[in-house]
Design a protein around this ligand. Structure first.
Ligand SMILES: [Ca+2]
Length: 148
């Protein structure tokens, strides 16, 4: 079944955008855009496994905040309970350091063997909600996830 997801985007990707996404061994560099559909790419994950997250931005002094959602139950809604898998911000606003952390894929009650949507949302000055459009500085990127 083809699912339809709410649209989300920043108002502008200038001056701050996602430059690289790393989740476990999955990695994707990207340019400045308010929204990019990377559903042609797939991050492979396993149930019960923990994945390190590193979101690199071109922010050197803005308070950059990142949220990540995965539609684990594949119902077209990204913010069911437990589907906001990551929330983090740049600890040292002067250094331009990446936003880092980790999350663990649930060991049960997740759809396996079918591509799921993962939304990564970067926003300056506070977090963006999953379905907000034309909201703030930053970037939104959607990726495919395949859980085994
Ligand atoms: Ca869902």
């Amino acid at each position: 079944m083809e699912l339809s997801y709410c649209v989300s985007s920043s108002l502008t990707a200038d001056p701050v955008a996602i430059t690289k996404v790393q989740i476990g061994s999955f990695s994707n560099p990207s340019g400045k855009s308010t929204y990019t559909d990377f559903m042609n790419l797939t991050a492979n994950m396993n149930r019960g496994q923990t994945y390190n997250v590193t979101i690199t931005t071109d922010s050197t002094f803005w308070p950059a905040n990142v949220r990540i959602w995965i539609d684990y139950n594949r119902n077209g809604v990204l913010n069911d309970t437990g589907e906001k898998v990551f929330e983090g911000w740049m600890q040292d606003q002067q250094s331009g350091q990446p936003i880092t952390g980790s999350f663990t894929v649930p060991s049960s009650s997740v759809v396996t063997g079918q591509k799921l949507v993962m939304r990564i949302s970067l926003r300056v000055n506070g977090y963006r909600n999953v379905c907000e459009k034309n909201d703030g500085k930053g970037e939104v990127e959607d990726y495919g996830v395949l859980i085994q």
